[in-house]
Design a protein around this ligand. Structure first.
Ligand code: NAD
Length: 284
């Protein structure tokens, strides 16, 4: 049976570091503050927001919310972001996406100052991930994958890592971050041929496709580490499931993250660590 790479141990370690940094900053008169920008009331956003607020309270980060109706205009949203950019009491911003269709999302995202972009939504943050420069912040989920691998001491040097998914939120940035850690990375997507065979070749498989249970026993081999980033609602099981069919894969591989209880919770801890980093840069 595989080792279960639980997220809560990783989360606890990150939270400890974050909470200590918050104390130090507060002693210097700076209270790290996250602003959550939400348009509409999508259940997924509200659920993530609740989780983020709980995590913030746990580590001492302050949260302010800017919620807008779903018919907010692009100009109004950009004006709010401009205000946030110049508000010294706010150190970081989390803005939920996708934005409604009448809004040109890239324009709104890039209105945000990269130094307050806690989840890598600006082009400059993404350039930083690719150029390995601190131009903004990396997407929290992509970084959560790296934090989890680091925490469990999984060395990436020279390892073959296959990533399923090429989104700007996870697949692409995590691939860049894995390369930085000296892994040899293969990125798969909907047009990849012989996907199970490509995945079987990997030492470490990162699944971020958003397809419930698509990674089955054909995709894996003994000794593999499987990181499941997927968060999918299964109508059949009436619960949240990952991209990996845990029941058929876990008896074969050597280590695997559960869903829920794996990468998901680490994401909000990474978010808080970004806020503290931004507040520290401000304080310095
Ligand atoms: P996305 O839809 O933007 O991208 C999915 C990617 O997977 C695409 O690049 C697509 O080419 C690829 N893909 C889809 N089906 C495939 C298939 N059958 N074969 C091969 N490749 C396939 O999704 P995303 O935003 O990158 O999110 C991916 C998953 O991660 C979702 O389940 C999402 O809910 C989850 N997620 C988790 C967290 C977290 O905190 N753990 C955060 C964000 C997203």
């Amino acid at each position: 049976m595989a080792e279960i790479l639980k997220g809560n141990a990783v989360t606890a370690a990150i939270n400890d570091r974050t909470a200590s940094a918050v104390e130090e900053l507060k002693a210097r008169g700076v209270s790290p503050t996250l602003c959550i920008v939400r348009v509409g009331e999508r259940p997924d956003d509200l659920s993530y927001e609740n989780g983020a607020v709980k995590r913030a309270v746990a580590v001492g980060v302050e949260v302010v919310k800017r919620a807008f109706p779903v018919d907010v205009s692009e100009d109004e949203l950009i004006q709010a972001i401009n205000e946030i950019n110049t508000d010294c009491s706010i150190h970081g911003v989390l803005m939920f996406k996708p934005l409604p269709k009448h809004i040109y999302e890239a324009r709104v995202c890039n209105a945000l100052s990269p130094e307050k972009d806690m989840d890598g939504i600006t082009d400059l943050s993404m350039a930083g991930v690719y150029a390995q420069k601190p131009l903004g912040y990396s997407p929290c989920t992509a970084q959560a994958v790296i934090e989890l691998l680091d925490y469990y001491g999984i060395d990436l040097t020279g390892k073959n890592v296959t990533v399923i998914g090429r989104s700007l939120v996870i697949g692409k940035p995590v691939s860049m971050m894995l390369i930085k850690k000296n892994a040899t990375v293969t990125v798969c997507h909907t047009k990849t041929r012989y996907l199970p065979a490509v995945c079987r070749r990997a030492d470490i498989l990162v699944a971020a496709a958003g397809k419930a249970g698509m990674v089955n026993s054909d995709f894996v081999h003994e000794g593999q580490t499987v990181i499941d980033v997927g968060i999918n609602w299964s109508e059949e099981k009436q619960k949240i499931v990952g991209d990996v069919d845990f029941d058929s894969v876990s008896p074969i591989v050597s280590a695997i993250t559960p869903v829920p209880g794996g990468v998901g919770g680490v994401t909000t801890s990474v978010l808080m660590s970004h806020v503290v980093e931004a507040a520290k840069k401000y304080a310095d």
